[in-house]
Design a protein around this ligand. Sequence first.
Ligand code: ADP
Ligand code: GN1
Ligand code: MG
Length: 364
Amino acid sequence: MNHNLKEIFDSFKAEGTFSKGEPYGSGHIHDTFRVVTAEESTDDYILQRLNNRVFKNIPELQDNIERVTRHLNLKLKSIPGSDIKRECLTLIPAKNGKSWITDAEGNFWRMYIFISNHRSYNIVDSPDKAFEGGKAIGRFQAMLADLPGVPLHETIPFFHNIEKRLETFNRTCKDDPVKRVGKVENEINSVLKRAEEMKVILRLGREGKIPLRITHNDTKFNNILLDENDKALCVIDLDTVMPGYIHYDFGDAIRTAANIAAEDEKELSKVKMDIRLFEAYARGYLSETRDTLNEVEKEFLAFAPRLITYTIAVRFLTDYIDRDNYFKIHHEHHNLQRARAQLKLVESMEEQYGEMQEIIGRLI
Ligand code: ADP
Ligand code: GN1
Ligand code: MG
């Protein structure tokens, strides 16, 4: 669909004049555009058409993001030398007094300052970058630990709850709305045989052994921007910041930072977790969080990548069976290809689990 990006841009209190707007990034959820301004001296912007099928309550979503970005902004202001416009997201207020607008078609839009001179990676090719990513997420969790006020809204209820995800998966398989179940029996079996062991994190939570903290919940590596020297710069994509277990953030980051192939790699023999990237990310993450995590949280860090990679595989496969109505796809069987690659990655992690545990044992 063609949107009038200039008109939408003009609904926000931005500096500078609209020069052009073009699709940007490789997120699976929103429609994201970079707006370039005509003036050399003004910032560029990120304009997003929000996905309100995924996020059902946009005012609550934006309320969370306003609180989180305000808190991070205040934290950074107290650190001398911070580059505030690049180290945290800055929402641009709309002329209607809110942090978003709706257009004539009922679409929701918001705008951020474009973080200049960043580097973004879908695949990580060096332990140094993985280490920086780990530091960024560790620091992010630490900065939000004292967010004042009531708990954040659950923008997507039960987001990483594997019991609920499996219920939805089983129901979708039973309904089989587009008759795809027959084509994916191997993948379904692969999911079902691992289902029980994946419930351990939820069990530890219910037993009070691991606390709910404020977590990001979508720490795939392209949501962590590095600077021009590949040092940690900014954690973006704050839509799912809400109460969660730290394992979700650690697991999702490893799923993407330590996989030497693409998330949707077709050639499954290429999919593998690189243990050196795992080690480097864990070292970066623990350098910021070692003193705050409890013993049980630390003990289960090595398991977390298996859980989250499995969870995303279940979600891709569910979406495939359910006619692809959640994730953006670029070809007909894209969600199946993604699910297969993620299941292969789970196997690679299982093969290296002993080593993963050893590394965490050494680092904590
Ligand atoms: P999605 O939920 O669809 O992944 P994101 O908020 O992650 O949406 O944005 C998609 C992509 O746009 C990001 O992966 C990143 O490349 C880019 N991006 C988002 N916000 C900014 C920003 N403020 N500055 C620079 N790039 C950004
Ligand atoms: C989505 O928004 P994005 O593209 O950064 C998804 C994540 C998945 C990821 C898989 C809100 O992340 O949960 O892990 O795709 N975000 C949402 O690539 O569902
Ligand atoms: Mg994203």
